[in-house]
Write a new protein. Structure first.
Length: 256
């Protein structure tokens, strides 16, 4: 399974690399800013072809084509390019994200940015890795010294949770925040200690399936915005080093 996971991501990675900064078709999806490129579709087809060749009975949930249900208890959850807007603009902050769910639990995940050569991998109970090196979250326990990362949903202007107001509350506390444009990388960069925490509204299972396991295996904590256990089918995610979780949660909930 691990071999197929790596093969699928590496073959898709070649497609992303070959086409990076080249001309390709870009279309809008449900909103004008939610893009899909020809390369998302090529990457997705390659990944699914490799999975189906090796595990024909497994189910698939993939961003552009949706669900392919099959008989086994395993589901491959795929984002063929996370950070499509970055990719379409020639910004090398995008990745392929593949998580494997078995009987409702994520057991393996790989996030690969072919432009940087970074592969983040985790298997349940076996730790998290960046290429060959074991990774772990930071030990920062002072929010004023933290570096956070977030993302904004494509419907921010209409989103009832007012994500920009939440962002504003952190900014008004003079806490530095980044916005990379790839939720999967946000999770992995928190897992390897570049960030201390990440939150976002309105994500989908393919954005977080792999990164969620990688962050947890790196010692992080992941919940929804009520502080309850996170599932990749939750829309809201707060992922931190654990030590800052409560402090960040209070600001999101506007309880400070
Ligand atoms: C998007 C990225 C982005 C996040 C969006 C996602 P896509 O995925 O993860 O960081 O803010 O909510 O939809 O569209 O590039 O696969
Ligand atoms: Ca995505
Ligand atoms: Ca995508």
């Amino acid at each position: 399974m691990k071999k197929t996971l790596f093969l699928a991501a590496e073959e898709a990675g070649k497609i992303l690399l070959e086409n990076f900064n080249k001309d390709f078709i870009i279309e809008s999806k449900d909103t004008i800013s939610n893009l899909v490129t020809e390369i998302d579709k090529k990457s997705e087809s390659k990944i699914i072809e490799i999975i189906k060749n090796n595990f024909p009975d497994d189910s698939i949930l993939s961003e552009e084509i949706g669900s392919i249900d099959a008989s086994s208890n395993c589901k491959w959850i795929i984002d063929p390019i996370d950070g499509t807007i970055n990719y379409a603009h020639g910004i090398p902050l995008s990745c392929i994200s593949i998580g494997i769910e078995k009987s409702g639990e994520i057991i393996m995940g790989l996030v690969y940015n072919p432009m940087s050569g970074e592969k983040f991998f985790a298997e349940k109970g076996k730790g998290a890795y960046l290429n060959e090196n074991k990774i772990s979250v930071t030990k920062e326990n002072n929010l004023r010294k933290a570096l956070l990362v977030t993302g904004f949903p494509y419907d921010s202007s209409r989103n009832p949770n007012k994500p920009v107001d939440v962002f504003g509350r952190f900014v008004m506390l003079d806490i530095p925040i980044r916005r990379l444009g790839s939720a999967a990388l946000d999770l992995c960069w928190t897992a390897c200690g570049r960030f201390d925490g990440f939150w976002e509204y309105n994500l989908n299972a393919w954005d977080t399936a792999a990164g969620f396991l990688i962050l947890k295996e790196a010692g992080g904590l992941v919940t929804d915005f009520l502080g309850k256990e996170y599932s990749v089918y939750n829309k809201e995610i707060l992922a931190t080093n654990g030590l800052l979780h409560e402090d960040i949660l209070k600001i999101i909930q506007n309880k400070e």
